[in-house]
Design a protein around this ligand. Sequence first.
Ligand code: C5P
Length: 242
Amino acid sequence: MARRRQIYEGKAKVLFEGPEPGTIVQYFKDDATAFNAEKTGTITGKGVLNNRITEYVFTKLADLGIPTHFIRRLNMREQLCRQCEIVPLEVVVRNIATGSLVKRLGIEDGTRLPRSIVEYYYKDDALGDPLVSEEHVTAFGWANPMELEEMTGMALRINDFLSGLFAAIGIQLVDFKLEFGRVYDQDQMRLVLADEFSPDNCRLWDAETGEKMDKDRFRQDLGGVGEAYQEVARRLGIEPEG
Ligand code: C5P
């Protein structure tokens, strides 16, 4: 088979041209970065697990009626996706205060928020992905008001659904980051959920022990990163490939 042409290399994934027009192949690496790439490392097997966990979550979300870019998993590290134009925003949903929220506002780590909070960050590595308001998003044209409302609505539905899904396997969904993209069908634009959903971009705490089961183990040098991702996959019922 002809070698795929690389379109983009990110911190944890590589995107290749897909086999048909309008498709891409998303390859999951074992590389990990934190603090805007100031800290780097490798977590053996992470790419394989994140590929499977993303497949699992995106398939469940599609069943729920959330449009996604995911088409199908191709192999251990690759999935076929619809090509889309990425909205330059990171949409973060928070249920429990931790991470940058705690640093910014001085709220006690672990406080359950009075309601789920949605935040927007402008995707720009050089600026360190700054927090922005709805006003910034629409004034600078990163998304129009209708798109912003649609992404926020989807993010909250995803939060409701995934909070329940994780609660059922003894895990608290603390917060997570989503990215959306625009696809064009017969000149009609639609928003789809893009990128990935994995322990790299969410926080998952064991409901009984409070133990961290996500990338914070890497960020905070807690050890057992691969084991934690494996345990998330195991509880979701994802069988290791033979
Ligand atoms: O660091 P912060 O508390 O703002 O992160 C909120 C959530 O968004 C976390 O689950 C984190 O893993 C995710 N995130 C991400 N990519 C970023 C920033 C945050 O996946 N660039």
